[in-house]
Design a protein around this ligand. Structure first.
Ligand code: FPP
Length: 237
């Protein structure tokens, strides 16, 4: 697998669609539509920038508590997005998988997820993971249950965690989390995988986040002194 998905793992909390829409006198649904356009641009930009894995937080398990009409509109949007993106992903060498529980998704969406994952499974340039009905704490609980009392290495647990959430590829720690929309929290996103992630919180609302903003974030990541618990002189050598 050497050479496959080599670049950094960037994870994005795409926040601010609703506030952006309200600020422009639009419906929240229009905000999510604009968010989808941004997601498309950022996926393309991430491929160009050499990102190895891009995980986008599209719908948390707690988002089921939103008004029914918004949830239904989001599920429709996800299905349309997946259908629309499959061909482009294939052309760009992007492998697309969905992270999270599947049993509560509408069956039409579940079916589309399986099709798109199969169609793009040969992609080796970038792994795009879209988190839908995702909760890091639930994932950790389910993986811990699957251990059935066994002891395990950190790497072994990471892989088990990935499998628990239907990721057939080996798990990867996150290098950089970007959260748009001005809030500074992780909101139950990849809590295990973010143990040594660099965090970047930006005020820009997700629909206004651009390829140039991603490039700046990656430049920022490259400039950070990542020590993973070591002393500075150990890292410099
Ligand atoms: C958070 O903004 C955004 C969401 C819950 C939905 C995100 C979905 C997309 C951007 C569409 C992308 C889809 C794919 C398949 C990649 P919010 O509604 O919480 O905004 P607010 O905090 O301003 O209310």
């Amino acid at each position: 697998m050497s050479g496959t998905f080599d670049g950094p793992h960037v994870a994005i909390i795409m926040d601010g669609n609703g506030r952006w829409a309200t600020g422009h006198g639009l419906s929240r649904s229009a905000g999510h539509e604009a968010g989808l356009r941004t997601a498309r641009n950022i996926v393309e930009a991430a491929v160009r920038e050499g990102v190895g894995t891009l995980t986008l937080y599209a719908f948390s398990s707690d988002n089921w508590k939103r008004p029914g009409a918004e949830v239904t509109a989001l599920m429709r949007l996800f299905r349309r997005a997946l259908v629309g993106e499959a061909k482009r992903c294939l052309e760009n060498g992007v492998r697309l998988t969905i992270l999270g529980r599947r049993d509560r998704l509408p069956s039409s969406l579940r079916h589309t997820v399986e099709q798109v994952e199969a169609i793009t499974s040969t992609g080796s340039r970038m792994h795009l993971r879209v988190a839908v009905d995702y909760s890091a704490r639930d994932a950790v609980l389910r993986a811990a249950e699957a251990m059935r009392g066994d002891t395990m290495s950190r790497d072994g647990f990471s892989d088990l965690l990935a499998r628990t959430d239907h990721d057939r590829l080996p798990a990867r720690d996150v290098d950089l989390v970007i959260r748009t929309g001005g809030e500074q929290r992780l909101s139950d996103f990849l809590l295990w995988e973010c143990a040594y992630a660099e965090l970047l919180f930006v005020k820009t609302m997700w629909p206004e986040f651009t390829a140039a903003d991603l490039a700046i974030a990656l430049e920022d990541l490259r400039s950070r002194n990542r020590r993973f618990g070591l002393a500075p002189e150990q890292v410099a050598s």
